[in-house]
Each structure stands twice: as structure tokens, then as C-alpha cells.
Design a protein around this ligand. Structure first.
Ligand code: SF4
Length: 574
């Protein structure tokens, strides 16, 4: 037993029964309970590390075709290399929960490319465009974790795709699976004029040293990291397992405030501060220590209790920090202040001056829907203006960096013509959508096209008003929260709903008034639900327009949408 696991000795009271206490049920914590695997996932991971499947893909499956794939590899270890089977077309959402996984899956894959920190150069952009067009039927979506997702990938082509990606410094290693997933990094790292510190060196060192490291490739579940040096706190740090947020310490200077244990999904929980200030040269060690705590103490018995948030809920931030310092780091961290509430938006939409005198243009790609064609067009455009860098954001947006002042109007207009508007006043600015029924086996409703259609119509419906601040609209295709619905002003959770006429149609349960402290609230808060509040896909725009107009009519001065939504009575929200 570890020195940090309190051993409670029970002394029987006089006259009390001396019957031995029933042994405590194992939670599957490696350092407490030992490493005996307690469920099918843990058995599979113990039998063979997920990273090992790469050799079989290259040497066996890509040659033998889909039918040659071992089911344990197909439904488990493939994720360690960013591969999931995608949903078979034509299965409606009402059948999702009724079918077995193998009945829902197609013989094609989604492939997730990680871009830690969201940084891409021209060569990488072109490579993704070429791969998308040659191997993925043109598909290439942006996720809200700065990843790129290709679809329609055939197993026969996977080795060639890896070869091309790795030739330009990209990878799919540990893009899915029970591993350190792609890092959220400030999309303006190293360029923003108002940046406190550039987190790029930490991202690069952690990625180089630990992504693909077998010692961290069997975690209890997925593990998400975020790091930002920008005062807008632009990486949704409240909902990551381990986050670093730049802060200016009165004695030690600029470093990072450490947050642990956030995640959404069906049991959302915000991360908590450990009260520790992390010096820039301590970030890699501290990240490793927190990750190893999760590996060694995370709950592995039940998968729905295996995220870091459940360990934090039981331990509390003080114990977690103590274990980190005494058992993993071997030194104490300095106490530190919280980062101040951000005063600027973290979506980076619009034109902004860089620290080197050039500019970056932040554009609103709607709902992350991009394509090989769009990436080719972007590559042609930026090359013409001598630009080599773009960034993907955690809000499914794209930034074009290093624009000369004299080119701003031209580049902005040409991006606009590609559907990449930098206007700050458009509703599309804060719309996000998950993958949805088009490709996801868990989905109940369609999301991407629904979001795109809703944006088009809402921008017409709301053309007569000026919003005091962006109102975010996030769409999920099922109760999981890949599009972070509980943190949106209006969050939509996909489900089948029954109309007044008794018809079962695709729709959404509505969450209203969610927000992160890093956005527009003093404290992070989840959206509220109202009993019976559901909208059909067809009734979506009407509902959103109604809410926006009610908010504008009923808000008190300076009140945000989420503050208003939490203040008003239920009737105002239906
Ligand atoms: Fe799939 Fe549900 Fe995640 Fe959407 S929220 S991508 S439907 S699992």
C-alpha cells in the first residue's frame, strides 16, 4: 500500500463483534489494488499494448483487408492510432440504441490527426488536402480539440497515409484511446501581442517525449490536456483533465496556474485549481506527474467512473497536490494566485495585430465542416501572399497568421469568399457541432448540416439586431458532450422527440445558460434544463430566434445571455 493511501485501523469497541470486516471492493487502482484487470477493456489493454497494433496494420491488415482484422484490435487498439470504424450510412437515429455495435459499423474508418496546439504550416495543409481528396472522399472536418478528422478511410491505405503525414511532421499516434489525447494549446501561441507566455516549448517537449511512450499508453481512460499563455484563456481549461493557465505571480513572475479533473460527457464536472504556481521549466514534470497519478490511482473497475474527475471528487485538490509533490515530483510547488477573469474573447475571430507587427485573421468556419477542397483553396491563397502558417482553434475556427497590413483587405475578402468570414457580428462565430449521425455510431441526430442550415437562416432572421455579445449555440448528436453543450448559451443534446401530433422525429433537449468562467461569467456554470424543454430539428431556428429576442427585451443592462437565462422563470425559456 502506498504511503499516501490512508490506512484506517478499526479497533473493535468493547463487547462489539470481532467478525472480520468485509474486504473493500477493488476500484482497480493500480497502486492500491494491484494491476489485475477487472473488465474487458482492461483485460485487452493488459494483453497487448494498443500501440503494438501499428505493426499488424502495416504488415497484416492493410494487406489482408477489413475481413482480416482481429475484432479486439478493430474495436480497441485501433484507437491508439486514431482509427474508429464509422457509422454505416442509412441507419436512422432511433435505431442507434437498439443495434449491436457491429451492426452499426461500416468497413471504413474515421482517422483523427492530432495537431497539438493547432499549428499547421503550408506543407501540412497541402498534405491533409491531398490525403483527404485521394483517400477520404474529400472529407476533412475540424474538431473542437484542434484535431482533423478524415472519413471513408480504407484499411489498405492507412500505411501510405501515415507515411505522408509523418513526412511532414504530423501523426495520428494516440489521437484516440486511453492515452494522452491531442493537446489543446492557445491558437495564438507565440504571436499574440498581448500574450503572457508562449506555451509552445512545453507542448513540443511533452509531445516529443511522451506521445507514443508505452509507459503512458495504458491510462484508465482518455486524458485531455490544455495549456495557454494568453489572457483570454482560450483553451477551455475548466473541462480538461490537466490544464495550465498563464498567471503572473507577484514574486516569481509569469508561470502557470494548475487545474485538474475537468470533463463533460454525461456527468459534467469542472476542473479545480490545486493552488499551485508552476514555473515554465516545471510544466513537463508536473504534466508527467499528474498523468502518472491518473495512471496509478485512476479507477479502472468501471469505465464510467474511470476519468480523472472521479478521483479528484474523492481526493479533493489538497490531497491530489500533496501526492503529486511528495510521490511524483519530489519537491513542493509554490503557492500561486488564480488567473484573473479574462476581459477579451478567446475565439480570436476578427483581425488582430501580432507582436511582430504583422496581423492574424480569425475566421468562423461553421461547425467545423471543412474539406480537402477548402484546404487546397486555403493553401493556394496563403501561398500567394507568402504566408506559411495557420492555426486551428478549440472553437472549430481557423486563424491565418502573418498577414501584412497592406494585404489585410484582400486576404480577408478572399477568405470570406471561401466561407471563412472574419466578421465579429455574425451568429456563426459561436456555433459548434460534433460529428453527429453522418459518421458517428453513437449518434441519434444529424448535427453538422443542421448547424450550417440553422446559421444561414438565423443570420437572416436576426439581421435587424446587434447582439451585445456572441451567443453560443452548440449541437451534440447524443448525450455525450463532444460539442460541449453544457457550456453553451444554448446547448442542444440530440434525441428523438415526440411532436404534439405524436410523431417521433429528430430533435434536441435544450440546455440554456451554460458558460465558462473564461468566457463571460465569474464562475463556470452548467446550462440549466427546463422540464420538457425540447425542440425538433425543424423548430430549431424559431426557438433560437425567440430566445435571442426575449433576452434582448428582458435583459438588464450589461447582463449576459447566460446570466439572464439563469435569472428568468422556466416559462421564459420555453
Ligand atoms: Fe458522436 Fe455523441 Fe460525440 Fe456527437 S456527441 S460525436 S454523436 S458521441
Amino acid at each position: 500500500m502506498s504511503a499516501h493511501v490512508d490506512e484506517i485501523k478499526q479497533v473493535p469497541r468493547s463487547g462489539a463483534s470481532t467478525r472480520p470486516a468485509r474486504p473493500k471492493k477493488s476500484n482497480g487502482q493500480w497502486k492500491v489494488d494491484g494491476q489485475e484487470p477487472l473488465n474487458k477493456n482492461e483485460i485487452d489493454k493488459a494483453a497487448d499494448n494498443g500501440l503494438n497494433v501499428r505493426t499488424r496494420i502495416e504488415e497484416v491488415y492493410s494487406k489482408g483487408g477489413f475481413a482480416s482484422i482481429d475484432p479486439d484490435d478493430l474495436h480497441g487498439r485501433f484507437r491508439w492510432w486514431g482509427l474508429y470504424t464509422q457509422r454505416k450510412p442509412g441507419i436512422d437515429g432511433g435505431r442507434t440504441a437498439k443495434l449491436e455495435p457491429h451492426e452499426l459499423e461500416d468497413e471504413y474508418f474515421m482517422m483523427r490527426i492530432r495537431t497539438d496546439g493547432g499549428a499547421l504550416n503550408l506543407e501540412q495543409l497541402r498534405t491533409i488536402a491531398e490525403i483527404a481528396e485521394e483517400f477520404a472522399r474529400g472529407s476533412a472536418d475540424l474538431t473542437d480539440r484542434q484535431n482533423i478528422q478524415l472519413h471513408w478511410i480504407e484499411i489498405e491505405n492507412v500505411p501510405e497515409i501515415w507515411r505522408r503525414l509523418e513526412a511532414v511532421g504530423m501523426q495520428t499516434t494516440e489521437a484516440c484511446g486511453d492515452v494522452p489525447r491531442g493537446f489543446l494549446g492557445s491558437p495564438v501561441a507565440g504571436i499574440a501581442a498581448d500574450e503572457l507566455i508562449d506555451p509552445t516549448p512545453a507542448i513540443e517537449e511533452i509531445t516529443r517525449r511522451y506521445i507514443g511512450d508505452p509507459s503512458l499508453s495504458n491510462l484508465p481512460r482518455k486524458y485531455k490536456t490544455a495549456i495557454t499563455g494568453h489572457p483570454s484563456q482560450d483553451v477551455v481549461h475548466e473541462i480538461n483533465d490537466c490544464s495550465f493557465v498563464a498567471v503572473d505571480h507577484p514574486e516569481h513572475g509569469i508561470g502557470y496556474d494548475l487545474w485538474v479533473g475537468g470533463a463533460l460527457s454525461v456527468v459534467p464536472r469542472f476542473a479545480e485549481r490545486l493552488g499551485a504556481w508552476v514555473a515554465p521549466d516545471q510544466v513537463v514534470d508536473v504534466w508527467l506527474g499528474v498523468t502518472e497519478i491518473f495512471r496509478d490511482y485512476g479507477y479502472r473497475r468501471l469505465r464510467n467512473k474511470a476519468r480523472m474527475k472521479f478521483l479528484l471528487a474523492d481526493w479533493g485538490p489538497e490531497k491530489l497536490r500533496d501526492v503529486l509533490e511528495t510521490e511524483y515530483l519530489g519537491y513542493r510547488l509554490a503557492d500561486g494566485p488564480p488567473p484573473p477573469k479574462p476581459m477579451v474573447s478567446g475565439d480570436h475571430v476578427g483581425v488582430h495585430r501580432q507582436k511582430d507587427g504583422k496581423y492574424f485573421i480569425g475566421t468562423s468556419l461553421v461547425a467545423g465542416r471543412a474539406s480537402g477542397t477548402l484546404f487546397h483553396q486555403m493553401a493556394d491563397l496563403i501561398e500567394e501572399y507568402g504566408i506559411d502558417r495557420i492555426r486551428l482553434t478549440p472553437m472549430q475556427k481557423i486563424l491565418v497568421l502573418d498577414v501584412d497590413e497592406t494585404d489585410l483587405d484582400d486576404v480577408g475578402a478572399r477568405l470570406d469568399a471561401l466561407g471563412l468570414s472574419s466578421r465579429k457580428d455574425l451568429f456563426r462565430r459561436s456555433v459548434m457541432a460534433c460529428t453527429g449521425i453522418e459518421y458517428c455510431k453513437l449518434a441519434i441526430v444529424e448535427t453538422k448540416q443542421t448547424a450550417i442550415d440553422a446559421v444561414t437562416r438565423l443570420e437572416e432572421r436576426l439581421a435587424d439586431i446587434d447582439l451585445p455579445h456572441p451567443i453560443s449555440l452548440h449541437l451534440n448528436g447524443c448525450p455525450n458532450s463532444c460539442a460541449r453543450i453544457q457550456t453553451a448559451d444554448i446547448g442542444l443534446k440530440g434525441q428523438i422527440v415526440t411532436t404534439d401530433e405524436g410523431e417521433q422525429v429528430p430533435g434536441f433537449q435544450v440546455h440554456v445558460g451554460g458558460g465558462l468562467a473564461s468566457k463571460d461569467r465569474d464562475e463556470a456554470g452548467l446550462g440549466r434544463t427546463v422540464r420538457g424543454l425540447k425542440v425538433t430539428v425543424d423548430g430549431l431556428e424559431e426557438y433560437v430566434e425567440k430566445m435571442v429576442r426575449r433576452f434582448l427585451d428582458g435583459r438588464s443592462e450589461s447582463e449576459t445571455f447566460s446570466e439572464w437565462a439563469h435569472r428568468v422563470e422556466d416559462e421564459e425559456l420555453v
